[in-house]
Design a protein around this ligand. Sequence first.
Ligand code: HEC
Length: 172
Amino acid sequence: MAPDLDEAAAMEKGAAIANSSFQALSTALQAAMKQGGPVHAVEFCSLNALPLTDSLSMVHSARIRRTSERWRALRDAPDAEEMKVLRDLDSAWNDGKEGGTLKPILKVGSDSVAYYQPIFITTPTCLKCHGKVGDGLDSAAHASIAQLYTWDKATGYSLGDLRGMWSIRWAR
Ligand code: HEC
């Protein structure tokens, strides 16, 4: 039997990793948008989002990724456990059970811990690449996304929508 886990500490660790990863991606995205606009930023993300999260995984000794039921990058497609959590989050969100918030979820296994934190469409900037045609979606960025991501499912969102989640796992 693995020893008891301090769940509050594990939640804090997961949140700290998710928040610093969000900061890193968001800073890089904003710089790319400023430098070359949305089309350049799409190319930048397609080349750098994965290496960035992989290098953070090394720093934190945890496997860090983002996933969604409606993924853009095939490599972000959920595994079976992630799919189940995404569906649970989605139905809790649609039922409004948690009064407009969704709490992160911790799953403790015998030799690993998984921390899942919902990701929302928080700013109009997100809509440039994840919004609806004629409502926020940048048409040039959309064209570039269609070229780079053949099976993209990640447009059609509105402000405030649940977009996906951070999925962070580490050995206990
Ligand atoms: C400049 C275009 C652009 C903007 C702006 C943008 N994204 Fe993305 N997003 C992308 C691209 C491209 C990918 C795929 C990255 C990859 O190849 O790993 C992606 C992937 C994601 C993923 C991973 C899951 C998946 O679908 O592959 C999440 C979650 C996400 N974006 C959320 C957001 C949120 C939230 C915002 C606003 C804060 C945002 N994005 C802003 C282009 C953008």
